[in-house]
Structures are given as structure tokens and as C-alpha cells.
Design a protein around this ligand. Structure first.
Ligand SMILES: Nc1ncnc2c1ncn2[C@@H]1O[C@H](COP(=O)(O)OP(=O)(O)O)[C@@H](O)[C@H]1O
Ligand SMILES: [Mg+2]
Length: 351
């Protein structure tokens, strides 16, 4: 704004000076009139020329500039701005500034997404390659004549089948995470007793035989039902992922302990405690990122898609709740998350 004013101002002064000297020159050379006798008309000449050109310039210039820039502007961003917003200089500049900063943020965001996407695809192919190579190895050995040997045949087929299983659950996890990230996964909330869900998880883990000699227990007997309002199937998955981790990264003959703590009338905190390897502090901030692993080689051999905690975070955040981790190397880890306790209305609906 200041720039535009000062340009008109200076131009008006120059024009007024020019006209004034012209007036003076004509009078002096053609009519031999002395400077002193026309001092007042000269002054008036200067003032009027100045005022006239200043207004003309500032009005005309503004209109022309605004019109020209608005044209370019409307062509560039046809939908972003209404014509009203571009009909004067001030709103035009402020709009342009806003659009520039919006565009810059957008570009930064897109660049970040692009890196994220590249990394994601790289991770996926890596994750799929490992079991595929295993399967390929067994199948090729069988084709090479291993199939004749009855003992090898069953063993290799079993190993190949394990590879296929692994492939299946990586893909299942990927599918779920994609659904959460694109926001199409919906929750089916009901009021349910978390004690029963946990019992179910304990049973499933026993069937799967992933205990590693680790004792799985509740910190105490919970006699009263613990009714939360959440998506039961998804919460079961959260418990499963966290408990499986505590078994996988636990020490031989370790203990995994689960506890429920009412924080207030509406919130429950669920903790999963283990006395396993622990995780050093530098890894904690990135732990819930997909495919993030502390010990890359070891963990991958233990199975697991590297997506378990990312899924946990997605599920809990979809419930508008939070998940926490505390850990010390050599001592153990505690993963915890909050859930809403069901209120009276939600309980009654279930009955
Ligand atoms: N209870 C735990 N104790 C020690 N390390 C853990 C524990 N839970 C998770 N981790 C670390 O966090 C990483 C990410 O876990 P997760 O997302 O479940 O992937 P995955 O188990 O498939 O490797 C694991 O690879 C492991 O290094
Ligand atoms: Mg895991």
C-alpha cells in the first residue's frame, strides 16, 4: 500500500515540477515576464497540477494494476477467490499472500507424503520378499527331487505353508492399516465386559502356543464386570498385539501382567506389563510407526509384520483414546491405553 502511494506521490511531484518549469520557461522566454511577478500563479500551478496528477495516478494506477493482476490471478486460481475479494489493492495483496503461504504448506505436505509413500512401498516389498523367498526355496528344492523323499516332502511343505501363513497375515495387517489410514474403517461400539475379552485372548494365545514359558496373568482378581464402550473385536486385537509382543520380546520364564485401573467415572486405563528385553529411550518416539523395529534382524525372524503397534495406535486413536509406552532396557516394558467406561444408557442398550 505504501509503495503504491509513494509511486503516485513522486510521479505527481515530478509532473507538477515539470509543468511548473514549462510554465515559467514559456513566460520568461516568450513573454519576458520576470519570475517575481508570476510567483503566485506559479505556486498555484504547481499545487493544482500536483493534486490533479496525484489523484489521477493513484486512482487510475490502482485500477489498472488491480485489473491486470486480478486477471492473472483468476486464471491461476479460478475457484479460490471471489471477484469481490480482488476488487481493491489491499485485499488483492493479502489474498495473494495467503494463497502463496497455503500453496507452500500444500507443497511441503505433498513432498512429505511422497517420501512417506516411497518408504512405505519399499517396506512392503521388503516385508513380502522374506516369506516369498522362503516359500520359493522350499518349493524349488521339492521340484529338484526332494519330493521323492517322503520325510523331506512333509517337512518342506510344512515350512512352505508357514511362509504362506506369514504372507497372509502381513497382507491382512496391511489391508487393515490402509483402511484406517484412508479413514474407511468404521468402529462398531458396544458395551462389553473387558474381563471376558481378555479371557478370550488368553485362550486364543494358549491355542496358538506362543507362550515361550512366560506366565500370563492379571494383577488381581476382578470380581465386578468392567464394562467399556468400544469396538470389541478391535480392542481384542489391540490386547492380542500387545500381549503377543510381551511374549515375543520377553525373557524365558518371564511374567506378563495385565491390570485395569479406573482413572475416573468415565475412563479406564489398561496396562500390559512385562519384564522382558525393554526398549531403549531413543526408539520410543518412533515405536508406533509402521514397520519400525528396534532390532531389525532379530525381530523379523520372530515373525510379526512390524505393523502390530501401528495398528494398535490406529485402533485406539479411532476411539479418540490414547496409548502410552514406558520401558527400560533390561527391566521391561509397560504398554497402556485408555478406554471409555460405558455409561448407564450404553449399558442398558446392551441388556
Ligand atoms: N513388549 C515389548 N518389549 C520389547 N520390545 C518391544 C515390545 N513390544 C514391541 N517391541 C518392539 O517394537 C517393535 C514394533 O512392534 P510391532 O509393531 O508389534 O512389530 P513386530 O512385533 O511385528 O516386530 C518390535 O519389533 C520390538 O522391537
Ligand atoms: Mg508385534
Amino acid at each position: 500500500m505504501f509503495k503504491k502511494k509513494s509511486i503516485s506521490l513522486f510521479s505527481a511531484v515530478y509532473i507538477a515540477l515539470f509543468v511548473m518549469f514549462l510554465f515559467l520557461g514559456i513566460n520568461y522566454f516568450f513573454f519576458h515576464i520576470s519570475l517575481r511577478s508570476i510567483l503566485i500563479p506559479l505556486g498555484l500551478n504547481f499545487i493544482f497540477t500536483f493534486i490533479f496528477s496525484y489523484y489521477l495516478l493513484s486512482l487510475k494506477m490502482e485500477r489498472t494494476i488491480v485489473e491486470k493482476v486480478s486477471d492473472i490471478y483468476n486464471n491461476l486460481f479460478p475457484t479460490t477467490i471471489s471477484s469481490r475479494a480482488t476488487d481493491n489493492f489491499d485485499s488483492l495483496t493479502s489474498n495473494l499472500k495467503k494463497i502463496t503461504s497455503d500453496k507452500n504448506t500444500e507443497i511441503a505436505f505433498l513432498k512429505e507424503q511422497e517420501t512417506y509413500r516411497k518408504e512405505f512401498i519399499g517396506n512392503i516389498s521388503h516385508e513380502l520378499k522374506t516369506p516369498l523367498f522362503t516359500i520359493q526355496g522350499y518349493v524349488l528344492t521339492l521340484l529338484d527331487g526332494g519330493v521323492e523323499d517322503k520325510k523331506i516332502r512333509t517337512k518342506y511343505l510344512t515350512q512352505a505353508a508357514k511362509g504362506v501363513d506369514r504372507l497372509m497375515y502381513v497382507i491382512k495387517d496391511l489391508d487393515l492399516i490402509t483402511k484406517f489410514e484412508s479413514g474407511i474403517e468404521t468402529l462398531y461400539r458396544t458395551a462389553f465386559d473387558l474381563r471376558l475379552t481378555l479371557e478370550n485372548v488368553f485362550e486364543l494365545l494358549e491355542i496358538e502356543g506362543v507362550r515361550n514359558n512366560i506366565t500370563l496373568r492379571l494383577d488381581k482378581k476382578y470380581k465386578e464386570p468392567i464394562i467399556v464402550f468400544a469396538d470389541e473385536e478391535r480392542i481384542q486385537q489391540v490386547l492380542m498385539n500387545l500381549i503377543i509382543n510381551s511374549l515375543k520380546y520377553g525373557t524365558e520364564r518371564g511374567v506378563t501382567e495385565i491390570s485395569f485401573e479406573k482413572m475416573n467415572d468415565t475412563k479406564l486405563l489398561i496396562r500390559i506389563n512385562d519384564n522382558g528385553d525393554g526398549i531403549s529411550e531413543e526408539h520410543l518416539p518412533r515405536l508406533f510407526e509402521r514397520f519400525y523395529r528396534v532390532d531389525k534382524t532379530r525381530n523379523r525372524n520372530q515373525g510379526g509384520s512390524g505393523l502390530g503397534l501401528a495398528i494398535v495406535k490406529h485402533i485406539i486413536e479411532a476411539h479418540h483414546e490414547r496409548v502410552f509406552v514406558e520401558s527400560k532396557v533390561g527391566i521391561g516394558s509397560e504398554f497402556s491405553f485408555s478406554l471409555p467406561l460405558a455409561n448407564k444408557k450404553e449399558r442398558e442398550k446392551e441388556d
